[in-house]
Structure formats: structure tokens, C-alpha cells
Design a protein around this ligand. Structure first.
Ligand code: FEO
Length: 167
């Protein structure tokens, strides 16, 4: 079954958003590396790779449906973070934005009676719960200890250990 044009456009736009997310997290990894927060740098670099996987998943799906993949220009991320909390806050904001768009595609697929796309998008709906939780829980911890920068260094050490073997 051919996809409705507006749904096809939605999925192609989401491919661009996932590539943008990868670009954003690579930029964050650079920021954290520059301020010698190795754990946060590893986490965000690993997360950038996950975003590439999300883009690939959507890309492969359009190929499977015999639909046209349209790759568009990827915007440069805004990288004026003033401290680690600011950067992780930006990550959470971005994930909330992605969640809204994933939900919109899911609802549109329901309205247009594209059952296959509806089922496919369920994976992304569930994934976004994890993505928001990852950055929300980190931000909560960072806000909790924000008066004490040595505790942020401890969080960084934990992240470095947790992300050491993820490549
Ligand atoms: Fe692919 Fe973090 O959303």
C-alpha cells in the first residue's frame, strides 16, 4: 500500500530530525571534551550514534515500503552552552521536541488508516520515553548538586565508567 503523501513527508522530515539530533549530540560531545568532562562526552557521543540508528531505521522503513527517501539539509546546532547543566537541559528540550513530532506522526498514521506505519511508529513512541527519562534523570541529579561542582565531577566519573565499553 502506498503511503499518503503527508505521511511520507512526515517520515522524511523525521529522518532529518534524527540526523540533526546526531549532529547536536556530537556537538555536545565536543563541548564536554573541551571542558574535560570525559564521562558526559562519552555519553553524548554514544547517544549521537543512537540517533544515527534512529535515522537509519526510518530510512530503511521507507525503502521497505518502496517510498522515496528525501534527504534535506541538516541545520547547524546552537552550541552556546554556558555550563554542563545548560547543555543537558538543551538535550532534554530537544528530546521533548522529538517526542511531540513522533506522537504527531503516530496520530496521523492512525487518522490516515496506515496500520503498518502506526505499528512501526510504536517503537519510536516507546523509545522516546527512555530518551526523555535518560536526560530528565541526569538533569535532576545535576540540579540537586549544582551548588557543588565537585559532585558534577563525580557524576562525570560515573558516566565515564558506564559508557566506557559502549562503542
Ligand atoms: Fe531519536 Fe533522541 O530521538
Amino acid at each position: 500500500m502506498k503511503m499518503d503523501n503527508s505521511l511520507l513527508e512526515d517520515v522524511n522530515t523525521q529522518i532529518n530530525r534524527e540526523f540533526y539530533a546526531a549532529y547536536l549530540y556530537f556537538a555536545m560531545a565536543t563541548y564536554f571534551a573541551e571542558i574535560n568532562m570525559e564521562g558526559f562526552a562519552k555519553l553524548t557521543k554514544n547517544h549521537a550514534k543512537e540517533e544515527l540508528e534512529h535515522a537509519k531505521k526510518l530510512y530503511d522503513y521507507l525503502i521497505l515500503r518502496d517510498e522515496k527517501v528525501s534527504l534535506s539539509r541538516i541545520e547547524a546546532p546552537d552550541t552556546n552552552w554556558t555550563n554542563p547543566i545548560d547543555a543537558i537541559n538543551a538535550a532534554l528540550d530537544h528530546e521533548k521536541f522529538v517526542t511531540e513530532n513522533i506522537h504527531r506522526i503516530y496520530k496521523n498514521s492512525k487518522e490516515k488508516c496506515d496500520c503498518a506505519l502506526e505499528v512501526f511508529m510504536q517503537w519510536f513512541v516507546a523509545e522516546q520515553v527512555e530518551e526523555e527519562h535518560l536526560f530528565q534523570s541526569m538533569l535532576d541529579k545535576m540540579n540537586y548538586v549544582q551548588e557543588c561542582s565537585c559532585e558534577i565531577v563525580n557524576i562525570d566519573r560515573e558516566l565515564r565508567i558506564q559508557n566506557e565499553y559502549v562503542e
